[in-house]
Design a protein around this ligand. Structure first.
Ligand code: T4K
Length: 370
């Protein structure tokens, strides 16, 4: 293993020589962006792979989130989770919404109908749940609640590439779902993202919004943005798709090895697979309870770091602990108590397709020896 640093993730890359023919085609065509051939092909292939009706590719997940809000003309308050990457809430602020935070479930780490309903007000227009670490939200319950109150649902599915529930893509729930294809994600196009939608009209609107709002050469329908994915990203996405099942399979093996090696460690909780769910093993979070385990999450983080192993505290601090998101509506100790509990204890261990077995064993041994 040597002394090379081990990070929370390390993207697997297909052989470089397999990427060259894609680049040659781009060089030949001189179409570098704006819905070129690779872009078109990737939309088609992703629809097939993911089992969704429509997909619109983006330059990154954050602009895709913002465009999703614009596409549905979301105004007012939007209920979301404090336990996510800050981009989830930032997209709401960029769109002029008021983010309102609901507590999370202690098992799935996701917001639930039970935690969402109490914070609905007459200003609420939408819900933006996150399938955190790729674990599906209670999509049926959220759909029912949204129906009752007439709310839109935009899933931040940044972690949920390829995740299925009862053989159906999780991306088919809600009004829209937003993916991230960032370099740290299970499926990557270096930077990138996508919106999944269910009808032609919405897809058309999203496509216009990501291209400055142009509807034809000389007509601008509204204030769109430049959210387009370029041809090199799309070409890489096409190649990556050929390897994705292999990579997810390898991730699963890593998760299984961690679970096996850590199963008897007291005071430490791991996520389990959920029956009927096809997981993508994008993250490997553990919860460390200092009283039972004997060391705090921060102690373990520092201990691993001292051995050149860089685990990550995703998601600490929780979003509502960033000064710009603090608000008396959720600053007492009870409103977001599960999120706070988990955010204070969570640690994401290194997981990626080509992580060496020796590294996994070393990480686990360091966790066991305390
Ligand atoms: N919603 C949710 C729920 C999200 O998690 C995210 C992004 C978004 C929305 C927004 O989607 P994007 O706009 O990003 O498409 C990373 C990512 O930048 C971010 O995409 C991701 N979530 C978040 C959870 O993690 P950092 O600041 O922790 O990344 P960084 O650069 O520290 O990378 C972590 C480790 O990964 C590094 O220590 C080394 C390794 N690494 C990283 C990169 C970028 C590599 O080996 N190669 C690489 O290219 O935010």
């Amino acid at each position: 293993m040597g002394n090379k640093p081990i990070f929370v993730t390390r993207p697997s890359l297909p052989p470089l020589e397999e990427f060259i023919p894609y680049l040659e085609k781009i060089w030949e065509s001189r179409i570098l962006t704006n819905n070129g051939d690779c872009h078109k092909q990737l939309e088609t292939k992703l629809k097939e792979y993911l089992g969704v009706k429509h997909i619109a590719l983006f330059c990154n997940g954050t602009i895709a989130l913002l465009t999703a809000l614009q596409a549905l003309r979301i105004t007012g308050e939007v209920i979301t989770t404090p336990f996510s990457f800050v981009a989830t809430a930032h997209s709401l602020l960029w769109n002029g919404n008021v983010p309102v935070f609901a507590d999370i479930d202690p098992i799935t780490f996701n917001i639930t109908p039970e935690t969402i309903e109490p914070v609905i007000t007459d200003k609420t227009t939408a819900i933006m749940p996150v399938h955190v670490y790729g674990t599906p939200c209670d999509v049926d319950g959220i759909e029912k609640l949204a129906g009752t109150y007439g709310l839109k649902v935009i899933y931040d599915a940044a972690h949920a590439f390829g995740v299925k529930k009862d053989s159906v893509s999780i991306l088919n729930y809600g009004d829209l779902s937003v993916l991230s294809f960032h370099g740290t994600k299970t499926y990557t196009t270096f930077e990138g993202g996508a919106i999944v939608c269910h009808d032609e009209k919405t897809k058309d609107r999203i496509d216009k919004l990501k291209n400055f709002g142009f509807a034809g050469e000389t007509k601008v329908m509204e204030c769109g943005i430049n959210g387009k994915m370029n041809e090199v990203q799309a070409a890489f996405g096409l190649l990556y798709l050929k390897y994705i099942d292999l990579y997810i399979g390898k991730r699963k093996a890593v998760a299984c090895r961690y679970r096996e090696l850590l199963k008897d460690v007291g005071g430490m909780v791991m996520l389990s697979d959920i029956e009927g769910v096809w997981h993508n093993y994008s993250y490997f979070p553990i919860l460390i309870d200092k009283n039972e385990y004997g060391m705090s999450r921060d102690d373990v983080y520092e201990k691993l770091k001292s051995k050149n192993i860089y685990s990550r505290k995703y998601f600490y601090p929780m979003i509502t602990d960033f000064p710009m998101y603090k608000n008396e509506r959720w600053s007492d100790d009870t409103t977001l108590k599960n999120a706070k509990y988990i955010s204070d204890r969570v640690l994401c261990l290194p997981i990626y397709p080509d992580i060496e077995t020796e590294v996994i064993e070393n990480v686990c041994q360091l966790i066991k020896d305390h």
